[in-house]
Design a protein around this ligand. Structure first.
Ligand SMILES: O=c1ccn([C@@H]2O[C@H](COP(=O)(O)O)[C@@H](O)[C@H]2O)c(=O)[nH]1
Length: 244
């Protein structure tokens, strides 16, 4: 894909209020990510920088996609998971970039989550409960017995008590997690697929409309937008579906 491709189509006019969608800019280089950010920025609230882009381009990725996206919020999805001192150092290292969100793995536990929250007080620490790619049998295989919803609820409650201000769970678990953590915590759902879209490696999925109806605050959508022939149009169509 050339750097020009994502914005090339004739996407519908941008709405006044961008949709509560974080586009996962999982791109192989900065030029592609910037072109995607330009194309989708008018339609969505948030741009997500993950491992592929950050490990290659570093802090410049955050600055560049923020500018290209017209100042949209940046979600830094690094999924930190280490001893508390190391995670605190990692969170401190990226705090000056002022991402709206920074992910850590809830499985790192209370002390690790608290260390991240204290190290980056101006960023919402987001605890990832159980990856949306994992099915029940995957959890059994790593010794997390019981239905995934039990682990998700437990990890969400622990994370919020430790200072996380947002939770990643699958869209299928949003209602249960809301009941667990109450209001005031952002519930963020990857594993979002418009009807008929390829699942790829995601297993615990729902449509954007269902995720929003069940109470998600921010929907993470990657490949259904970034792999589309016209990413700007794909983002605009999902945003329009969420307004209906
Ligand atoms: O449990 C999780 C946590 C994070 N992700 C991230 O979200 C996007 C999803 O991309 P798609 O292309 O829409 O599948 C991706 O960046 C993941 O790293 C997740 O999928 N599940």
């Amino acid at each position: 894909m050339s750097a020009q491709t994502p914005g090339a189509g004739t996407a519908p006019a941008a709405p006044a209020a961008p949709a509560p969608v974080a586009v996962a800019l999982d791109a192989p280089d900065l030029g592609t990510a910037v072109a995607l950010a330009e194309a989708v920025g008018p339609h969505v609230s948030t741009l997500k920088v993950g491992l592929e882009l950050y490990l290659r381009e570093g802090a410049e990725a955050v600055r560049a996609v923020r500018e290209a996206g017209g100042g949209r919020e940046v979600f830094l999805d690094l999924k930190l998971h280490d001893i508390p001192n190391t995670v605190a150092g990692g969170a401190r290292s990226v705090a000056s970039l002022e991402p709206a969100y920074l992910t850590v793995h809830a499985l790192g536990g209370t002390a690790m989550i608290r260390a991240a929250a204290e190290a980056a007080p101006r960023t919402k620490i987001v605890a990832v409960t159980v990856l949306t790619s994992m099915a029940e049998e995957d959890l059994q295989a790593i010794g997390l017995a019981g239905p995934s919803i039990d682990a998700v609820r437990r990890l969400a409650a622990l994370s919020v008590a430790a200072g996380a201000r947002a939770i990643v769970c699958s869209p299928r678990e949003v209602a249960a997690v809301r009941a667990e953590v109450g209001a005031g915590i952002d519930l963020i759902t990857p594993g979002v697929r418009p009807a008929g879209a390829a699942l790829g490696d995601q297993t615990r999925v729902a449509t954007p409309e269902q995720a929003l109806a069940d109470g998600a605050d921010l929907l993470v959508v990657g490949r259904p937008i970034t792999a589309a022939a016209d990413p700007g149009r794909a983002a605009a169509e999902i945003a329009a579906a969420l307004r209906r």
